[in-house]
Design a protein around this ligand. Structure first.
Ligand code: TRP
Length: 370
């Protein structure tokens, strides 16, 4: 891989991603001021993740917003591959999905793909991925979703509902399609080869248009779904993509649940969060205080600043003053990290309480089989 290049697939993200290039590569559309206006017209406000380009790209979003204006509703769908505990990066599309759900008054489906992670990870058993599925579901519920309009799908539990839809989809995908999109080889296990049909299935679970908020690495699956949709007489899913959340240890690549040091889990204790950020958070600061005061830091590559921008500081004015102070050298790296530690820990304190309560609610969220 050349040093200025990058790779984005559902199972592998590497390098420094150029998002404008990625939009061209994937053939998606940039979120424009015009799209933002349309969202604002219905929602009454613009979520900071939209304003800051955390959600940066889409497919058919303009179309479904226009349809919504003329009275045609859509539903929401997103998901998570339960390969480990939830980390704070996972919450980004879920928090945004929650906002969309409130603003557009929709039902919501959340798919936990315990089968996918079993197929994709050599060392994980199906029991493990299933138990992570329950763990991850708690974090999702903790964000405030309601069982009346939100259903959680666990693939190995809900296969009866999913399979008839997946079969329709699978019949329209051939091996060379998936090979071309995902780079599968003859050695790839055949669970992986079929899998896209299962991730597609929830798109067609209701008889109306779906909108999917998702990490841009998941786009290839739905590119296939969108090709299949008209062939089975169904509407193409619309998508809204978020950027990959950097790992604590640095930009380039996404925050991975399997890499301990670079990851803040939703279950981490305050002292652990503090230690991880102080020890591992990639810094855009200068090597000495004296130099930092003179030259200033670089917030654009500083992971602590990026986490504030992406998730933890919704207030634009406060964010800007942090940006300016760090860049001018007035704010030191240790001070910036202290702000983030505080924000993460106060978020997690509340989240962990809600997560405990979710244990009593989870049954009401699980999609039941007829
Ligand atoms: N494959 C996704 C992952 O590894 C999980 C997933 C299933 C998903 N359905 C989805 C993600 C829909 C986004 C949208 O995390």
């Amino acid at each position: 891989m050349p040093s200025d290049d990058f790779i984005v697939t559902p199972w592998h993200v590497e390098g420094k991603i150029d998002y404008d290039k990625l939009i061209k590569q994937f053939g998606t559309e940039k979120i424009t001021a015009e799209i933002l206006k349309k969202i604002e017209k219905t929602a009454g406000e613009i979520h900071f993740m939209l304003r800051r380009g955390i959600f940066f790209s889409h497919r058919d979003l303009g179309k479904i917003l226009d349809e919504y204006q003329s009275g045609k509703k859509f539903f929401l769908y997103t998901g998570r591959g339960p390969s480990g505990h939830t980390h704070i990066g996972h919450l980004v599309p879920w928090v945004f999905a929650k906002w969309l759900q409130e603003k557009f008054q929709t039902t919501m489906y959340f798919q936990l793909t315990d089968d996918e992670k079993f197929y994709a990870k050599e060392n994980l058993t199906l029991e493990q991925t299933k138990s992570f599925a329950y763990e991850n579901a708690l974090d999702f519920i903790a964000l405030g979703f309601k069982p009346e309009n939100t259903k959680i799908i666990i693939n190995t539990n809900n296969i009866r509902t999913l399979y008839p839809i997946a079969a329709q989809v699978a019949k329209k995908i051939n091996f060379s399609n998936t090979k071309a999109v995902f780079g599968f080889k003859n050695e790839t296990n055949i669970g992986m080869i079929f899998y896209t049909s299962l991730q597609s299935a929830p798109c067609f679970i209701e008889d109306r248009q779906v909108l999917i908020p998702l990490g841009v690495d998941q786009d290839p699956h739905f590119r296939i779904t969108r090709d299949v949709a008209p062939k089975i007489g169904r509407p193409k899913p619309a998508l809204i993509h978020n950027i990959m959340i950097p790992s604590l240890t640095g930009p380039g690549g996404k925050m991975s649940a399997s890499e301990e040091s670079g990851t803040i889990y939703t279950t981490d204790a305050p002292q652990v969060v503090k230690k991880k950020i102080n020890k591992y958070a990639f810094s855009g600061g200068q090597p000495t205080v004296e130099e930092h005061r003179r030259i200033g830091g670089n917030p654009d590559i500083d992971v602590s600043y990026q986490y504030l921008r992406i998730f933890f500081e919704p207030d634009d004015k406060k964010l800007k003053s942090i940006y300016d102070d760090y860049k001018s050298g007035k704010m030191l790296t240790g001070e910036l990290k202290a702000i983030l530690i505080d924000k993460v820990n106060s978020f997690l304190e509340e989240h962990q309480q809600k997560r405990e309560k979710a244990k009593d609610q989870i049954e009401r969220f699980l999609l039941s089989e007829k």
